[in-house]
Write a protein that binds this ligand. Structure first.
Ligand code: CA
Length: 748
C-alpha cells in the first residue's frame, strides 16, 4: 500500500460523497454507540461505516478493523461536519487500512489522555490508517493542568491530513507521534495540509503544537514527514514543533504569527526546508532552533520575527558534554544554509551557553544566508566559541554590524514587497540563496477540514454593541446577563451603581463612562466582579468605592473564577479611581485563584487610595514547576497611596525555560505610604520573582517599603531606571541591595 493509492482512493471517495444516496445504500448507517459497537466486529474490507448526523454525546468510539490496501474500511460522518462528538468522548482505532473522516469533536473533553489515538491498547496499534477532514475545536479538559494529547499517532505508515485542530486550552501536546514501542518506530507517517489553529499561551511547559517522539526514544528513527501545514498563532509555549526523534522532514509549512520555534530538541538527521515563518513583528515570534547532529536547515524564509534567545529567527544551541538523553546534545555536522531572514531581530549562535551547556557546535556550516533588515542592526549574538562553525557567503545589508570578519559580505539594502505580498531582497540575492521565488508553499485555505470555518476565536474589547446602563441597583448585572461578547456597557457620568450580587463576567466586556465625571460603583458582596472562564474585563473612567462592602476580611474588587480556567482572561483598568477598600483587613483590588492565567493585566492612568489589602497579587503557582499566573503586566501612569499590602507581586518559580513571560512594565508610577501593613508578608511594594522581561522606569516611592527582584533562570531582561526612593526601603535583587552598572537607582 502506498500513500499514492490512499490519496487516489480519497479522491474517489470525496467525489462519491456527492452522490450520498447511493453512498449510503452501500454503507452501514449507525445511529448511536450501541449500533456502532454492533457493527464494528462485522466490518469487512471496503465497508463504509456511517455515523448518523447529530450529536454523539459521551461516546468512546473504539474501531478495531482490518481493511486492505485496495479496499480500506471507512468510518465517516453521514454529512461532513454534521456529526458532533461531545461530552466525555474519544476515538481509538487499531488494525489496518482504515480511513476515519469528517468528524467534529467539540463541547467536551476526553476522559482518557487522548482524544484521537491510533491504538486501542498498548499492543493493538493502527497501521496504514488515515485520519482526514476531522476537527477538534476547544475540546479541553476544564482543569487547565489536567494534561491530554488531542491526537496521538502510533503504529506505522499512517496519514493525518486536512484536519483542523484549534483552540487547545489545557496542558498537553496538540498533536503527537508516539514511538514508545518498536511497532511505532521507523513509522513513516505523513502529516500534511492540516490547519493548526490558534493556541493560547499556556504559561507552562507542555503547550507544544506538534511533537514527534520523546527524549527517551529520541535516538530512534521516526522518518515522519510534516509538510504543507498551516500553523496559525500557535502560541502555547516556545516549541511550536518539538522534534524528538531521528530522520524527520519538515518542509513547506507556514508559521503565521506563532510564538516559539521549530525546535530540533532531540534526535538527528532532520531536514527543515522551505518553511515560511511570518512573525508580523508580534512578540516572541521565532524561527528554527538547531540542537543535535546532522541537522539540515535550508532555504527557509523568515520575516518579521522578534523573538530572542531560544526564540531567535535562527538559533544554534550549545550542548552538554556527553549529554544525558534528556538534556542538550552537542550540535555536530549540521547545516544552516540558504535561508532568507528579513526584518527579524535575533540570530543566536551557541545559545544557552552556560556551565552545563559548554559543548560548542562542531563541523557545522552557516552559509549563503541572506539577513536583511533595519529593525535590529546587530542581529547576531554569539554566546561562545564559534570556531566549529564555518561561515561563508552570508549577506547582510550595509547598515548592519557584521558578527565576524569572515564569511559575511555587505550589500545595499533591497527589501521590497513582491507580488505575493512578502518582503523580499533583490532577485539576484533570492537566487543566490537557492530560491526561485518567494511564495507561501501552502495557503490557509488549502489546509484543514473543508467544511469548518477558520474564524478568530478571540473577541476584542469594544468589538460588540454599545449598551446604555441607567444608574441604580444591579442595572450593571442585568446588562451583563443579556450582553454579547465585545459589548460596551456605557454608564452615566456621575451615576451611582450598586451591586447587591456578584457581577459575573463570562465574556469580553467593557464597562465605562464617557469622558467627564466618573460613574461610581459600590458592592455589597465580597467581590464586585468575578471573571469567569472565557471572561475579560475593561473598566474605563469608573470610581470604585468600598464603602458598601461587607465588614469582613478578604474582600476584593475583581476576582477570577475560584475554579480552574482553561481560557486565558484579560483585565484592563484605565482612567479609574479606586478608594476606601478598607472595610476590615486584606481588601484586595484583584484576587486570583490557582490554575488561572491572564494574557494581560493593565492598570493605566488610575489612582488607588486607602486599601487594606494589595493591588495585584499574582503568586498562586508556588510549586516551582515553571507555571505562572500572567503573561503581560503593565502598570502605567498611576498613583498608589496608603495601600497596606503590596502594589504588585508576580511570581514565576522553577527553572523551566519553555515560556516567555511574565513580561512586566512599571512606568510613571507614584507609590506613597504603602506596603507597611503587618499582613504584607513579602515586605515590599513591588516584588518580581522569575519575571523574564521587567522594565521599571520613572517610579517614585515615598514613605514605603521597597522593591525586591528575584532573577532566576532564562537570562531575564531587567531594566530599572529613574527610580527614586524617599524615606523608603531601596531596591534589592536576590536579597542583596542592588549594585550594578546596568541599573540606575537614584536613592535620595
Ligand atoms: Ca516544551
Amino acid at each position: 500500500m502506498t500513500f499514492k493509492k490512499l490519496s487516489y482512493f480519497f479522491v474517489w471517495f470525496t467525489i462519491s460523497t456527492f452522490f450520498s444516496c447511493t453512498q449510503e445504500e452501500k454503507g452501514i448507517l449507525v445511529n448511536n454507540i450501541s449500533e456502532f459497537n454492533q457493527a464494528v466486529p462485522n466490518l469487512k474490507p471496503g465497508d463504509n461505516l456511517i455515523l448518523a448526523d447529530g450529536k454523539w454525546e459521551n461516546v468512546e468510539l473504539k474501531l478495531i478493523a482490518k481493511g486492505t490496501a485496495e479496499a480500506p474500511i471507512i468510518m465517516r460522518a453521514q454529512t461532513p461536519g454534521k456529526v458532533i462528538i461531545s461530552g466525555q468522548s474519544n476515538l481509538r482505532i487499531s488494525g489496518e487500512y482504515i480511513v476515519a473522516s469528517d468528524l467534529v469533536f467539540k463541547d467536551g473533553f476526553t476522559p482518557t489522555s487522548e482524544v484521537i489515538a491510533l491504538r486501542t491498547s498498548k499492543e493493538a496499534l493502527a497501521n496504514h490508517t488515515r485520519i482526514t477532514n476531522c476537527v477538534i475545536d476547544g475540546f479541553n479538559n476544564p482543569e487547565r493542568f489536567d494534561a491530554d494529547t488531542w491526537v496521538s499517532i502510533y503504529g506505522k505508515n499512517n496519514q493525518f491530513d486536512h484536519n483542523t485542530l484549534i483552540n487547545k486550552g489545557n496542558q498537553g501536546v496538540t498533536f503527537a507521534i508516539k514511538m514508545n514501542t518498536e511497532a511505532s518506530q521507523e513509522n513513516g507517517h505523513i502529516v500534511e495540509y492540516n490547519y493548526f489553529g490558534p493556541r493560547q499561551v499556556l504559561g507552562s511547559n507542555g503547550g507544544e503544537t506538534v511533537r514527534i517522539g520523546t527524549s527517551h526514544y529520541s535516538r530512534k528513527y521516526s522518518n515522519s514527514i510534516v509538510r504543507k501545514n498551516y500553523f496559525d498563532r500557535c502560541n502555547g509555549e516556545h516549541e511550536i514543533i518539538s522534534n524528538k526523534s531521528c530522520g524527520n522532514e519538515f518542509r513547506d509549512n507556514v508559521f503565521f504569527e506563532s510564538q516559539g520555534t521549530l525546535t530540533m530538541r532531540h534526535g538527528h538527521h532532520t531536514l527543515v526546508e522551505n518553511n515560511y515563518f511570518l512573525g508580523n513583528r508580534k512578540p516572541n515570534t521565532g524561527g528554527i532552533r538547531i540542537i543535535n547532529e546532522y541537522q539540515t536547515v535550508k532555504n527557509n524564509y523568515m520575516a518579521g520575527l522578534t523573538g530572542y534567545r531560544f526564540r531567535g529567527a535562527l538559533v544554534i544551541m550549545n550542548g552538554v558534554p556527553n549529554s544525558p538523553i534528556n538534556r542538550y546534545n552537542q550540535v555536530v555536522d549540521s547545516k544552516m544554509e540558504g535561508n532568507i531572514v528579513v526584518d527579524s531581530d535575533y540570530i543566536q549562535l551557541c545559545a544557552g551557553s552556560d556551565e552545563e551547556r559548554s559543548a560548542v557546535p562542531v563541523g557545522t556550516t552557516f552559509k549563503d544566508n541572506i539577513i536583511m533588515g533595519k529593525t535590529n542592526l546587530t542581529p547576531f549574538t554569539i554566546y561562545d566559541d564559534v570556531s566549529g562553525i564555518e561561515f561563508s557567503g552570508n549577506i547582510m545589508n550595509e547598515e548592519a554590524t557584521l558578527p565576524l570578519p569572515e564569511g559575511f559580505t555587505k550589500v545595499e539594502f533591497s527589501l521590497s514587497r513582491n507580488e505575493n505580498g512578502l518582503r523580499v531582497p533583490s532577485q539576484p540575492l533570492i537566487e543566490k540563496a537557492g530560491f526561485e521565488s518567494i511564495k507561501l508553499p501552502v495557503s490557509k485555505d488549502e489546509t484543514g477540514a473543508n467544511y469548518y470555518p477558520k474564524n478568530d476565536i478571540t473577541t476584542t474589547f469594544g468589538s460588540g454593541k454599545m449598551v446604555q446602563v441607567a444608574p441604580g441597583e444591579n442595572t450593571i448585572i442585568e446588562a451583563l446577563e443579556t450582553s454579547q461578547p465585545g459589548d460596551v456597557l456605557e454608564l452615566e457620568n456621575g451615576g451611582e451603581y450598586l451591586l447587591t450580587k456578584y457581577a459575573f463576567v463570562n465574556h469580553t466586556i467593557t464597562i465605562r463612562a464617557k469622558e467627564g465625571s466618573k460613574a461610581l460603583i459600590k458592592s455589597e458582596k465580597s467581590s464586585f466582579f468575578k471573571i469567569e472562564n472565557g471572561g475579560a474585563l475593561l473598566l474605563d473612567n469608573i470610581l470604585v468605592d468600598g464603602a458598601e462592602s461587607p465588614d469582613q476580611a478578604g474582600n476584593n474588587v475583581i476576582s477570577t473564577s475560584k475554579y480552574s480556567m482553561n481560557q486565558n482572561y484579560a483585565l484592563v483598568v484605565k482612567n479609574c479611581e479606586v478608594k476606601d477598600l478598607d472595610k476590615n483587613h486584606t481588601f484586595d483590588f484583584l484576587k486570583i485563584y490557582k490554575n488561572t492565567f491572564a494574557d494581560s493585566i493593565q492598570i493605566i492612568n488610575s489612582n488607588f487610595k486607602n486599601v487594606t489589602g494589595s493591588i495585584l497579587i499574582l503568586d498562586t503557582e508556588v510549586e516551582d514547576l515553571g507555571i505562572y499566573n500572567v503573561e503581560n503586566v503593565a502598570i502605567l501612569d498611576s498613583k498608589f497611596e496608603d495601600v497596606q499590602g503590596s502594589i504588585a507581586n508576580i511570581y514565576r518559580g522553577g527553572t523551566d525555560e519553555s515560556t516567555f513571560g511574565p513580561i512586566t512594565s512599571v512606568k510613571g508610577v507614584e507609590i506613597t505610604n504603602s506596603g507597611k501593613g503587618k499582613r504584607n508578608k513579602i515586605g515590599a511594594v513591588l516584588r518580581f520573582h522569575g519575571v523574564q522581561t521587567l522594565i521599571i522606569d520613572s517610579v517614585q516611592i515615598s514613605d514605603s517599603k521597597g522593591v525586591d527582584l528575584f532573577m532566576t533562570n532564562g537570562e531575564p531582561i531587567t531594566k530599572v531606571s529613574n527610580v527614586t526612593f524617599t524615606n523608603s526601603a531601596g531596591l534589592k535583587t536576590n536579597g542583596e541591595p542592588y549594585d550594578s552598572e546596568n541599573i540606575v537607582v537614584n536613592n535620595k
